[in-house]
Design a protein. Structure first.
Lengths: 173, 163
């Protein structure tokens, strides 16, 4: 009877060892799978860089034989919204058109094919502290996680403007 | 008596097989662990180089040899590249070679400036052919005397197996 008991104990110990080994190996695999995370830092910096680059971009709005940058267009649109460019279009219209084309050609390239695009949607807003209406540009799917970047632009006596971008990168909300 | 001895031999054999199996199992686990650790070390090395590439994009953009002067931007100090300086690097191999040592010590394999809006030329600041590299790009204004376009500053760094 004693011998049978000992054999059963041995069997149980063996079984326990196998279970422990399987659990340890399983935990190692589990830990390994958790470590695979997406690197989003570089894309966040790209969005910030783009906003700063955008402000220096020279538009085709010519006033007094001088081509205005996007920053200058924002300031002109906030201070003198009735001001017209050389081609007779309003500065605010030119600002919206330039911003839309610029974003479409840079981060908006992949939006036609959403499955392959890391940034699958963006939202740009130019806000004024005075009565000037807000300019908004959006494209793609505006859901999930996003990077956000904001640059304030002084308008002199007329208050302040803000240019804000949100780039959506993950569809899981 | 013979029967007991045979049973004893059988038990020893069984124990030997069990020990062999345990050693093999632990050997496999150790191999897997070693491989996993090696992979992690390589990942960390690649990530560190990638982070360095991101930092380098900023560093390259602020180099006096490439950065645009205050007079160009009209708003004073700003992060942009001077087209004339970039073209000088692109066209003159001697200038590029002067910086070779510096780029090599930072594991940099390529630096390029690509006009994206409006689309245009690609200018090479440094170029070295390597098998494995990873790139990072940041947007930056590329300015001449009276005009700024949007460019992409690309920096590639050598990864693990290319050394």
């Amino acid at each position: 009877m004693n011998r049978i008991n000992k054999k059963a104990q041995h069997e149980m110990m063996g079984f326990l060892v196998i279970v422990v080994l399987i659990v340890v190996i399983g935990l190692v695999f589990f830990g390994f799978s958790l470590r695979r995370s997406k690197n989003v830092d570089s894309h966040m910096m790209q969005t910030e860089d783009l906003l700063n680059a955008m402000l220096l971009y020279t538009s085709d709005c010519e006033i007094n034989s001088d081509y205005l940058s996007v920053r200058e267009l924002i300031q002109k649109c906030g201070n003198i919204p009735t001001k017209k460019c050389g081609d007779d279009s309003l500065v605010c219209e030119k600002l919206a058109e330039t911003s839309e084309n610029l974003l479409s050609a840079t981060i908006g390239q992949g939006i036609g094919n959403i499955e392959n695009a890391f940034i699958h949607g963006y939202f740009l807003e130019i806000l004024y502290s005075n009565e000037q209406p807000t300019i908004t540009i959006e494209k793609g799917e505006l859901n999930g996680n996003y990077f956000s970047s904001l640059v304030p632009i002084p308008l002199g006596y007329e208050g302040e403007a803000e240019i804000k971008i949100r780039a959506f990168y993950s569809k899981e909300s | 008596m013979k029967k007991i001895r045979k049973k004893g031999q059988f038990k020893i054999q069984e124990m030997a097989f069990v020990l062999l199996a345990v050693v093999l199992l632990f050997g496999l686990v150790f191999l897997f662990f070693a491989r996993f650790q090696l992979g992690q070390v390589q990942d960390v090395a690649t990530k560190t180089r990638e982070e360095r590439a991101i930092t380098l994009v900023r560093a390259v953009a602020s180099m006096p040899e490439l950065r645009c002067s205050k007079s160009i931007t009209r708003i004073g100090e700003s992060s942009c590249l001077d087209l004339d300086k970039v073209v000088a690097f692109h066209e003159n191999e001697n200038i590029r070679m002067n910086y070779k040592k510096m780029w090599r010590s930072s594991f940099v394999s390529k630096i390029a400036v690509q006009e994206v809006y409006p689309p245009g030329e690609t200018y090479w600041i440094y170029k070295e052919e390597v098998e494995n590299e990873r790139g990072y790009a940041g947007f930056i204004p590329l300015c001449s005397e009276d005009n700024c376009v949007i460019a992409r500053l690309l920096v590639s760094v050598k990864t693990g197996n290319s050394e």
